[in-house]
Design a protein around this ligand. Structure first.
Ligand SMILES: [Zn+2]
Length: 199
């Protein structure tokens, strides 16, 4: 299995808890032996290789998936009840799990964090966050009603028109970029699919 780098694992469930860093695997996940970073034969970059059983531990980017839940001209945001970025506002999103599709992950995160009842719409944004070893993907979503129930990771859930969005209190650049693109498309009256790199 190829796993994402899991430094900081266990600080919370289901949201952006995992910080990417290279050279972070110190022990073999198979036998517990010490690892060393070296370039395996037929490879072209350093990997964590077990000094005991020779297992190679690959580190690859993680997928973060979420939604832009919409009610009329308002967008639903969640205020984070967990670190990192405690108290800041975000779109419902979190790490994709092993047993689900991208769409299932987006739906699950929206239910877990916002308790929102949504109908998933087309993919809206894909943001490469190379520095963090992550790819963030957001679907548009239509709220079926305005009954929300903040989950354990959320302090409060609220609908915002564009001029009401707390732009200076957003948790992540990918959320800011996605909201900016969303409101631009809303003004045009036509929604596309957007791809961007976040520095
Ligand atoms: Zn080993």
């Amino acid at each position: 299995m190829q796993a994402c780098s899991l430094q900081g694992h266990g600080q919370g469930a289901g949201t952006l808890r995992r910080m990417h860093s290279t050279h972070s695997i110190r022990h073999c996940k198979t036998c517990g032996g010490a690892t060393a970073y070296l370039i395996p034969a037929d490879d072209n970059r350093e990997r964590a290789v077990c000094t005991v059983c020779a297992t190679v531990h690959y580190e690859n980017p993680c997928n973060v998936v979420g939604t832009v839940p919409v009610w009329g001209d308002q967008v639903l945001l969640c205020r984070r009840n967990i670190e990192p970025r405690y108290g800041y506002w975000t779109l419902p999103a979190g790490f994709m799990e092993m047993d689900e599709t991208l769409a299932e992950g987006a739906l699950r995160e929206t239910v877990e964090e916002a308790g929102a009842n949504i109908e998933l719409q087309p993919l809206f944004s894909l943001l490469n966050v190379v520095r963090a070893g992550q790819v963030h993907v957001f679907y548009r979503a239509r709220l079926i009603d305005t009954r929300f129930a903040p989950g354990p990771e959320t302090i409060e859930v609220q609908l915002f028109r564009e001029h009401e969005v707390p732009w200076d209190e957003l948790a992540f650049k990918t959320v800011r970029e996605t909201l900016k693109l969303y409101f631009e498309d809303q003004r045009r009256g036509q929604f596309g699919f957007h791809c961007a790199d976040i520095g």
